[in-house]
Every structure is written in C-alpha cells, then in structure tokens.
Design a protein around this ligand. Structure first.
Ligand code: SOE
Length: 381
C-alpha cells in the first residue's frame, strides 16, 4: 500500500506546469512508497486556476493560499508564486506542519530567506528548493566525475546563462508572466533568476564561493508597469558579470544577461582541473564533454559522453541506452530525490539552508555591483 503525498500547488505559471508534470509522472518512473496526488491548485484568479486544475488533474481549487496551506488533506505545499510571496507562504506552511518545495530563488534577499530556514527547521518539515539543473543527468555525471577525483585540483570554473527576451524596451515590467522584470516582486534580475542556478550548480560541483566582484547593468532604464500602466524606473539587473573565489583556491567567471541576441537559454559551464576538464551546454543537455589528461597523449582529446546509459545518473529509470530525456525530467528527478529523502530520512539537497548559501552569493554579487568592491559572501558549506 502506498502512502498518498497530497500536493497543494500555489501558482500556475510556467513552473506550476513544470512541477505538476513531475507529480503526474513521478510514480510512473520511480518506485517509491509515496504516491503523488494532485489535491489542490491555488491562485487568485478563479477562472484561470480552474482551467489549470482541470488541465493538469487537480481535485479542487482554492483562491486563498492560506486555505490551501492549512488544508488537512494536504501533505506538501509547492510554492510557484513570484519571489515576493515565498516567505509568507513558506512560513505559514511550516507552521501548518507541511512539507515544502519552493521555486528558486528561495527569496528576494538573505534577510527574507533566513526566517524561512528557521521556520522549516523549527517545524522539522522536509523542504527543498527547485534548483532543477542539478538533476540533469549530464550535470549529475559531472558531479560524479569530480567526486571520483578525475579532475584533480580544480583551477577554473566558467559559467554562463544567456537569454535575449527583454531586449525590446516595449516589454513591460510587472504583473502576470513579467514579474521577473519588477524588482519589487523579483528582488533582482538575472542574478536571482539565472545566476542563482549557476551559483547553485557551481557550489554543488566545486564548493563554497567565498568572495566576489561584480559588474551589473540595467540597459533599459524605464519600462511600462503592467499593473499601474505607467512608465516606471527599472530596478533589476539586466546583465551581471562576476568573478568569484572558491574556498578550494579556484577562480570562477560568471556571466548572465537577457540581452544576448540569439540565445534563448544558453546555459553552459566548464571546469578545468589538473587532470582533466568537464563541459556542459544546456542546448545539448544529453552530453557531457570530458577531457582526461591522464590518457596516453596520442589518443588524448575531448570526448562527448552521451549520457543515456543505465548506469548514468537517473537514466536507469527511463528508456534504453541512446535515447534521451529532456528539461522536464530534471524536475521529475528532483522530486524523486526529495521523496526518497523523506522516506530514508536523508534529506535531498538543496534544502532551504543550502539554498540560503546561494542567496548569500547573489546578495554579495549585487552589493559588489553597486559598490564596485570585492564582497565576502559568508558562505559555509
Ligand atoms: C527565466 O526566463 C527562466 O524561466 C528562469 O526563471 C528559470 O529558472 C530558468 O530555468 C529558465 O529561464
């Protein structure tokens, strides 16, 4: 007999869909004691949330998140709302004794995130932040190669996340779908939205980032606000470049922008160690590039590992070797790890405390962007 895992989904945007898909397919691909049940979909707009619930198969809807969070027939609260609402919902859910999975970034700032960590730890409720890219099999394989010592001492990490969807000054800020451009709702621009992913992946693979120096830029200074209808100053960073020092002595170089014409979601990284290197590109996410310096020199060279074998991370749950999985499976894999963590008592990462470390780096980056100074992150892993 499986134990139901009754989900309340707060929010129904892009991430609401990505997470709903994960709950629906979880038990088709992973053998777990818990069975996901799509119990409640919640959002303020009743008509839209009803359509969402019907489409994805939620049993009922709520328009007041407090009712969804406190419902006795809900075990897990999934927070997919804009960043400015994460804290209030998460703290209420922790008080109600619910498991919580929260979209990234954890909050708009470290100050906002810290009480969230305290709340889940005091309540003792399982928690996770959806930094889904850790669960792309090729990235998990990079982690495995690093942990196996194949790279040796690491010297460099280079990491990009490039998009191009905000170049036009006519793109408004605020409101549905565009809250990521509104500093009040999002907290920051590319730093919290895109670099947070890269920072999470980088610290998972290469340890703590201790110090940063950054240059941020807002190319379009004013945009119409969807909610007020007025031209308003833009408070987010449109682009961010930063240099990082890692605790292991290696150096990091990060770049993110929404102004890289031609790139929709080019997320890449390369890590260079004394014995080898690894490289990843989200546009070809089924591959991990690997250079092994310890091979005989006449056969030495970059190789592309097609990460589709049964022994590759997560791939044994899917098809036969050679056949790929996609973006949506990174959420499925993350959810499976979370549920297994609940069942084994070995919590999946990143939990709220771990995601707080990424928040600290984002904050140091933004501060450095403002002051032009090197800033210590205070991260301990
Ligand atoms: C922004 O365009 C965005 O959707 C991010 O919010 C996601 O976290 C990222 O994975 C893709 O890009």
């Amino acid at each position: 007999m499986s134990t139901p895992l009754r989900v309340a989904m707060i929010g129904y945007g892009f991430m609401g869909r990505a997470h709903s898909n994960a709950y629906k397919r979880l038990n088709d691909f992973f053998t777990l004691d818990h069975r996901a049940v799509l119990k409640v979909a919640c959002a303020r707009n009743e008509e839209k949330v009803k359509a969402f619930a019907e489409n994805w198969g939620y049993e009922r809807v709520e328009t007041d998140w407090r009712k969804a969070v406190e419902a006795p027939d809900v075990d897990l609260v999934d927070i997919c709302t804009p960043n400015d609402t994460h804290q209030e919902i998460a703290i209420a859910a922790a008080k109600a004794g619910k498991m919580i999975v929260c979209e990234k970034p954890l909050a708009r700032s470290t100050a906002e995130a810290e009480p969230m960590v305290k709340a889940v730890e005091e309540a003792g409720v399982p928690n996770m932040v959806w930094f889904n890219y850790r669960r792309v099999p090729a990235i998990s394989l990079a982690k495995q190669l690093i942990d196996e010592g194949r790279l040796g001492r690491v010297f460099h990490l280079r990491s990009n996340f490039l998009q191009d969807w905000t170049i036009s000054p006519d793109v408004p800020q605020g409101g549905a779908a565009l809250w990521r451009l509104d500093a009040q709702a999002a907290g920051s621009g590319v730093t919290g939205d895109l670099l947070a992913h890269n920072i999470d992946t980088a610290m998972w693979l290469n340890g703590a980032i201790t110090r940063v120096t950054a240059r941020t830029e807002t190319f379009v200074k004013e945009r119409k606000h969807q909610l007020t209808g007025k031209m308003e100053p833009v408070g987010i960073d449109d682009a961010c470049l930063f240099i990082a020092e890692f605790a292991n002595g290696s150096l990091g170089l990060f770049e993110s922008t929404r102004y890289a014409r031609g790139h929709k979601a080019l997320k890449t990284f390369e890590i260079n160690g004394e014995n080898g290197s690894v490289g990843f590109n989200l546009e070809e996410m089924e591959y991990l590039d690997y250079f092994d310096y310890r091979q005989d020199s006449h056969v030495r060279g970059w190789r592309r590992i097609h990460v589709t074998n049964g022994e590759h991370p997560y791939m044994g749950h899917y098809w036969v070797p050679g056949l790929v999985i996609g973006y949506e499976h990174s959420f499925l894999n993350a959810l499976a790890d979370f549920v297994r963590g609940v069942e084994t008592g070995q919590p999946a990462q990143p939990d709220f405390r771990n995601a707080l470390q990424t928040q600290k780096v984002c904050e140091a980056v933004l501060e450095s962007g403002r002051t032009g100074q090197w800033v210590s992150t205070g991260v301990t892993l």
